[in-house]
Design a protein around this ligand. Structure first.
Ligand code: GLN
Length: 499
C-alpha cells in the first residue's frame, strides 16, 4: 500500500496494518501530515497540530495495544497537557492546558497518538462552526457549506480523511449534527457514560464527550477506550463497560424500532424524508418492526434547552474574568472594569448572547418563571422517552431536518440556527444515548451532493444496542463508503464563499 493511501483507512483497518507491522506509527503520522498539508487549507478543520509530539509518541507506542499507533484528533475544548485549548475563543487564545482530560489519558493508554486540536463553535455554542474566533470550517462535500457544529472541525477532519477518528462533545447535538452534515458516524454516549474531567464546561448537566468516526465499528473501538467510571468526575456513572466492539454483530431481525411521529413533520426537507423512508424500508426488509410512537413534549425541547444550557453556561463561563485564565484587558480602572472589558473583548457575539440569556433566566424575578419551569419540562421530556422505551428497543429519526446549509446563511438568524438541532436536543435533555450514521445524499441546486444522517436513540447506557443496530444498517448499505471528491484543484475560490 502506498503511504499516501493510508489516510483513507478507518481505525479498524489501520490497526490491522499496524499490528502486522506492515506500516509503522511514524509512517502513519507522516502520511496524515501530508494529507493535512494538502487538504486543510481548503477545509480548515484543525486549529493546532503538534507533529513533533505525535512523532515522539509514535516512536514509543506499543502497537499491540487496542488502538496502538492510531492517531486521533480532539476538539479544541478537550484539555491535553501542554497543548493549546482555545475553545475557539479569543479569551483563551494563548491558553495551554496543564493536564490531560480523562478521555485523552484513556486513549493514550489504549495506544492512540494524540494528534491535533480541531475547530469548533466558540465554547461549543453553535451548529455550524462559524462561531469560531479562528474562522469557519468548510464542509468537505461542498466547501461553500458548513460542516455542522459545534464539533465541525472534528467531523470535517474525519470526512476529508484528515483524521482516522476524532473526539467531539455533544451538549445538544454537537457530535450527531456535524456527523450528519459531514457524512460520518457520530456517537453521543449517555450522560455519565464517559468522564467529562478535562472538558471545558459549557452546560454541565448536558455535556458529554462523543466520537466522530468513519464507521460504527470505529465508534465502538473508541468507546471501549473512553467509557467507564472516573473518580475525578462525580457525574460519571459507576456501571461496568461492556465490550462494544465484540457486541456489534447482533441480529436485526425481531427488533422493534420506534418512529416518533413528532420527528416526521412537514418541516423536514423532502430529500431527507425520502432517505429516512428508504432506511425504514431497509430495516423492515431486514425483519425489524417499525412502530409509530409519540414523544408529546418534543415541541418544547428547543426552548427548554436554551434556558437550561444558557443558564449553566452563564455560571460556567463566569470563571473567565481576566484574573485566572487567558485574556486580560489592559489598563483597567478598577476590578469591575477589568471583568467587563476582558469579557467584552474576549467573548464573541453568540457567547455573549447565551451569557445574557442565561443570567436573565436565573435572575431573582424570573427564576421560577423560566429556569424552574424549564427543569419541569425537561422532566416531562425525559418521561416521554422512558415511556416509549418500555415499548421499543430504540428510536429512529432523521438527525437533522435538512442537510448542510450555506456558510453565512443563518448567522444573522440565531433562531433558525437553533432549530437545526430540534431532533438532537431532546435526547440530550433526557441524557440518553444517540448515534448518527450516513443514510443517503441530497442533491443541491448547484449539483453537489450532501450527506444525510439517520439518528438512532437508545435507553440510558444502551450504547451496545444502538451501535449494533447502526452497524447492522451500515453493513447492509454503502453510504459510509462514499468519500467527498476533494482535490485541491476542485477548490472554489474563496471570493465565492459567502461568510
Ligand atoms: N447547537 C447547540 C447549541 O448551540 C448544541 C451545541 C452542542 O451540543 N455543544 O447549543
Amino acid at each position: 500500500m502506498k503511504l499516501s493511501d493510508l489516510p483513507a483507512l478507518n481505525v479498524a483497518e489501520l490497526r490491522e496494518l499496524l499490528r502486522a507491522r506492515e506500516v509503522s506509527a511514524r509512517e502513519v503520522v507522516e502520511a496524515l501530515r501530508e494529507r493535512i498539508a494538502e487538504i486543510d487549507p481548503a477545509i480548515h478543520a484543525y486549529l493546532s497540530l503538534d507533529l513533533e509530539e505525535a512523532l515522539k509518541q509514535a516512536e514509543n507506542v506499543d502497537l499491540d495495544l487496542p488502538l496502538g499507533g492510531v492517531p486521533i484528533a480532539f476538539k479544541d475544548i478537550i484539555s491535553m497537557a501542554g497543548q493549546p485549548c482555545t475553545c475557539a475563543s479569543n479569551i483563551l487564545r494563548n491558553y495551554r492546558a496543564t493536564y490531560d482530560a480523562t478521555v485523552v489519558e484513556r486513549l493514550k493508554k489504549a495506544g492512540a497518538i494524540t494528534f491535533g486540536k480541531t475547530n469548533l463553535d466558540e465554547f461549543a455554542m453553535g451548529s455550524s462552526t462559524e462561531n469560531s474566533s479562528a474562522g469557519p470550517t468548510h464542509n468537505p462535500w461542498d466547501i461553500t457549506r458548513v460542516p455542522g457544529g459545534s464539533s465541525g472541525g472534528s467531523a470535517a477532519a474525519v470526512s476529508a480523511d484528515q483524521a482516522f477518528a476524532a473526539l467531539g462533545t455533544d451538549t445538544g447535538g454537537s457530535v450527531r449534527q456535524p456527523a450528519a452534515f459531514s457524512g460520518v458516524v457520530g456517537l453521543k454516549p449517555s450522560y455519565g457514560r464517559v468522564s467529562r474531567f478535562g472538558l471545558v464546561a459549557f452546560a454541565s448537566s448536558l455535556d458529554q464527550a462523543g466520537t466522530l468516526t468513519k464507521t460504527v465499528r470505529d465508534a465502538a473501538l473508541l468507546l471501549n477506550a473512553i467509557a467507564g467510571p472516573d473518580a475525578r468526575d462525580s457525574t460519571c456513572l459507576a456501571n461496568s463497560v461492556p465490550d462494544y466492539a465484540e457486541n456489534l454483530d447482533r441480529e436485526l431481525r425481531g427488533l422493534r424500532l420506534g418512529l416518533p411521529k413528532e420527528y416526521m413533520t412537514d418541516g423536514i426537507d423532502s430529500q431527507v424524508r425520502a432517505a429516512i423512508n428508504a432506511a425504514i424500508a431497509h430495516f423492515e426488509s431486514s425483519g425489524v418492526e417499525i412502530v409509530e410512537v409519540s414523544l408529546p413534549h418534543t415541541e418544547y425541547a428547543v426552548a427548554t434547552y436554551y434556558m437550561i444550557a444558557s443558564a449553566e453556561a452563564s455560571a460556567n463561563l463566569a470563571r473567565f474574568d481576566g484574573v485566572r485564565y487567558g485574556h486580560r484587558a489592559e489598563g483597567p480602572r478598577d476590578l469591575l472594569d477589568l471583568y467587563g472589558r476582558t469579557r467584552e473583548e474576549g467573548f464573541g457575539a453568540e457567547v455573549k448572547r447565551r451569557v445574557i440569556l442565561g443570567t436573565y433566566v436565573l435572575s431573582a424575578g424570573y427564576y421560577d418563571e423560566y429556569y424552574n419551569r424549564a427543569q419541569k419540562v425537561r422532566r416531562l421530556i425525559r418521561q416521554d422517552f422512558a415511556e416509549v422505551f418500555s415499548k421499543v428497543d430504540a428510536l429512529i429519526s432523521p438527525t437533522t431536518p435538512e442537510s448542510a446549509f450555506r456558510l453565512g446563511e443563518r448567522s444573522a438568524d440565531p433562531l433558525r440556527m437553533y432549530l437545526a438541532d430540534v431532533f438532537t436536543i431532546p435526547a440530550s435533555l433526557a441524557g440518553i444515548c444517540g448515534i448518527s450514521v450516513p443514510c443517503g445524499f441530497a442533491r443541491t441546486e448547484e449539483g453537489t451532493e450532501l450527506p444525510i444522517g439517520l439518528q438512532l436513540l437508545g435507553k440510558p447506557l444502551d450504547e451496545a444496542r444502538i451501535l449494533s443496530i447502526a452497524h447492522g444498517y451500515e453493513q447492509g448499505t454503502d453510504w459510509h463508503k462514499r468519500k467527498p471528491r476533494l482535490a485541491p484543484k476542485l477548490q472554489v475560490p474563496s471570493s465565492k464563499i459567502q461568510t
